[in-house]
Design a protein around this ligand. Sequence first.
Ligand code: GLA
Ligand code: GLA
Length: 687
Amino acid sequence: MTKYKPISEKYPHFLHGGDYNPDQWLNYPRILDEDIRLMKLANWNVVSLGIFAWAALEPEEGKYQFEWLDRIMDKLYDNGIYVILATPSAAPPAWLVQKYPEVARVDSNRVRHLFGGRQNHCFTSPIYREKVRSINRKLAERYKDHPALIAWHVSNEYGNDCHCDLCQEAFRNWLKKKYDNDIKKLNHEWWSYFWSHTFTDWSQIQTPSPIGETTIHGLNLDYKRFVTDQTVDFFKNEIAPLKEFTPNIPITTNFMGTFPGLNYWKFAKHLDVISWDSYPTWHGNEEDWVVAYKTAFVHDINRSLKGGQPFMLMESTPSVTNWQLVSKLKRPGMHALSSIQAVAHGADTVQYFQWRKSRGGFEKFHGAVVDHCGHENTRVFKDVKEVGEILKRLDPIIGTSVKPEVAIIYDWENSWAIEDAKGPRQEKKDYLLTCQSHYRPFWSKCVPVDVIDMESDFNRYKLLIAPMLYMIKDGVAERIKQFVKNGGTFVTTYLSGIVNENDLCYLGGFPGPLKEVLGIWSEEIDALHDKDENYVVFNETNELGIRGEYKTKELCEIIHLEGARDLAKYKEDFYVGYPAVAVNNYGNGKAYYIAFRNNDDFVDDFYRKIIELLNIKRSIDIDLPIGVTAQLRTDGNKEFVFLLNFTDEEKALDLKDIEYIDIVDNDILSGKVILPPYGFKIIEKGN
Ligand code: GLA
Ligand code: GLA
């Protein structure tokens, strides 16, 4: 494994900075000067500039005003601060929406938005596309040779859909293409015979609506796919002038973790570098280390989206958000720890929303590096400054990554289908939570994991885990079979192999096209009430050597063996003695089926055995206390291990007699090491 290139060759170091909105402060020249002094003090070397600055850049149609931006860009550059320049399409100015109402989106209940808010424009409107292209062209032309420009921040958090007439037409065209202009084919794939919803003409088809159609699952799925495609198409229109004038400047747009509205796997292909906005709720109802592994899961998605290429932490809060139900301050240590967590999972930047609190408006109480007091003598400012100090010492880590032997499938389209399904439960479907619960043991045992979708390449892994793989798209089962045949280990669970990509149930028994590789047939699924109890007991001589019994919850599938061996059985109820965990030999590999929903004790014990059995590489070969993890980044030669303590207690680790270099404190470490509460160490394995 070699290193990836830095995000910008112009500045091959960790980027530290964030959203900067000087357009709000143009009447306060002293504040703008003070910003520069304070940014340098805070160890900032980058800003995301002008994300919502359209009104300041084009105050009237076709009348552009760039002088203020020229001055800011020059001043930033003169002071060693680089610019990720934004395109302003996320918030059209008032004149534009007033003159061209078609640019405002229409909700699913068919009500058109007025001017206001943000991120509520139509993605299809030719006028909006033209206006966006024009301003983006002006920006690209003007700043293409500016030495401060290192990347493009396109729009902001794409995410809304639109149901206007233009979008309806675009959707119908999308469908015609998908179904070869054959409406009978569409009726079959959507099973629209149900309740007599058969379409006889394309013009009858409407996007899903609470006052219209929501019950055709194939339609709902296709609409979601269309929204992703249409958003990507809008994005391609946005970036055309950027690519034309600045072909070597990387382009990104900020993703939102597991935001359900867009399939980021489809979007990712069109970005040069992935970036995302991370806002975990620390110190809330869940223990911090639980929040930490769930956040780690999302960081790993972002690294996996481009096969391991380092990503950007585009936004995080320097202190609090203003939109979480309770805006609790980060406890001492948490700011640095959560920033370094992103780096540990592959981020080459630590960036924030926002530099300075806006004086008025919606986000005036959202955390910022500079508070309304306006000076540097605050806890938050010092925390940010300290992160900048640490990042300066991490140059050798730039461009490094990790090649996990384990992958978990978390698939957007599968999540859409599960959410839409009526049954077997209406609540606690919990696809994401289930995937995260299967991720947890690897986080605790410091085994690196990729989080991929079902269309990713499986061959680079030893272990492939696909919890609740309800939807299996064409070709996926074949690739899983091939993976196992070649010696891979596959693990899946209840509620897998139920529907095809259009949400039609597989005929001939579940888990559909996975029956053969798993060697089982699933006859029924029992949904449990919270008061219901059942247990799964491991067979005394099971080949994993797991002992004892585990509680079931929520879902218990009743399966029959068709070639597989059972490892554990249900203890009670009418399906007592039925297999609950099964394994099948297939080619050179093995496929496991976990028929019941379980608690952490089960996944911990099960995967501990699998990790041992497959001899899976860990980030570091030591025992870690609960709440502490270790993550790895390497260039194939040097190994950097991040030891992260997500508890409010001091934790002792034993590095044994191996010597490591502490690259933050520039120390040699071995033997016993203490991590303070919310403390961390970044250590390099000496050669
Ligand atoms: C009602 C309806 C049926 C069916 C069942 C499902 O009885 O009449 O068409 O939807 O509910 O429980
Ligand atoms: C998002 C947006 C930012 C800001 C933050 C607040 O990430 O992109 O503009 O609103 O949320 O947390």
